[in-house]
Design a protein around this ligand. Structure first.
Ligand SMILES: O=C(O)CCC(=O)C(=O)O
Length: 276
């Protein structure tokens, strides 16, 4: 089967999946749960064919080291190889610029179901994807991946308001073994003093007040095609990949049109994409 015929079949399946899931979702229930917990998982949003196609594209781009990429050594998180010259030193943590990596990546970013849910969560249908943040295919690799410590994504971003939402699509199964995300439910609502974070804005785990909230940690186990929506203030972390297979996840960040990136910051470098 040629690549183009295969791609059209995937696109038809994409539309069928979208129409069938619409019948099953309850936007108000999603919104209520999202606003109290800071996250919500919608199961089976994208078909396994679409996820496989996205993962194959990601795999090919990873093999070719198609830029822009971030290496594990760039972030120096715990467990990452210490230099590019040691074993595993060229391990990629994420393929950046996901939105521009192909039509299917754009289609997922603008999928009707994603827009519908985000419109409900933002109470706005003027939605914008920011290409500077997340906008990545996370490539958690065997042996050389690192631990992501507890943080809020607002540490990376400069916006007028912290009202941003991440959309995380699992392209394969995500679980404890391969380093799934962990979250502190409701932590987006907490007012946490600066002193409880370290110099890099990671939660100090030895702090007694942090010890208390860490007891509520939940692992986010996902199957291919499941989508996690989470508030950018939600405190989250992730483990290393202890399996033999790369874990691929596609993640985008959105806001509503009234919330602008601050000029001349990392949040305003690449143009934004209106998705509705
Ligand atoms: O998969 C991971 O290691 C977590 C990634 C993450 O939390 C982030 O990039 O903000």
């Amino acid at each position: 089967m040629s690549v183009s015929i295969k791609s059209s079949i995937v696109l038809i399946q994409f539309r069928i999946t979208m129409s069938s899931i619409f019948n099953k979702i309850d936007l108000l229930a999603i919104s209520n749960s999202f606003h109290s917990d800071g996250y919500f998982i919608v199961r089976n949003v994208f078909s396994s064919e679409i996820c496989q196609q996205l993962a194959s594209l990601a795999e090919a781009q990873l093999e070719q080291l198609q830029i822009p990429v971030e290496f594990e050594t760039d972030v120096k998180y715990p467990g990452a190889p210490t230099s590019k010259h040691t074993e595993g030193g060229k391990t990629v943590r994420r393929l950046k610029g996901a939105y521009a990596r192909g039509d299917l990546f754009k289609q997922v970013a603008k999928a009707e179901i994603v827009k519908q849910i985000l419109s409900e969560l933002f109470k706005s249908n003027r939605l914008v994807l920011n290409q500077n943040h997340h906008n990545s295919i996370m490539t958690k690799c065997p042996r050389f991946s690192s631990v992501t410590l507890w943080h809020r994504d607002t540490r990376y971003w400069s916006f007028e308001s912290e009202k941003l939402i991440n959309v995380w699509l699992a392209l394969g199964n995500e679980n404890h073994e391969n380093g799934c995300l962990r979250v502190l439910p409701g932590s987006h609502l907490l007012d946490i003093s600066k002193g409880r974070f370290d110099d890099e804005s990671f939660l100090k785990i030895e702090h007694p007040d942090n010890q208390r909230i860490l007891k509520s940690a939940q692992e986010i186990e996902l199957n291919a095609g499941d989508v996690l929506f989470f508030n950018s203030r939600l405190i989250h972390a992730a483990g290393q990949n202890h399996t033999d297979e790369i874990k691929y996840s596609l993640v985008y960040t959105y806001h509503d049109e009234t919330n602008k990136p601050i000029e001349n910051t990392s949040s305003s470098k690449l143009p934004e994409v209106k998705i509705s």
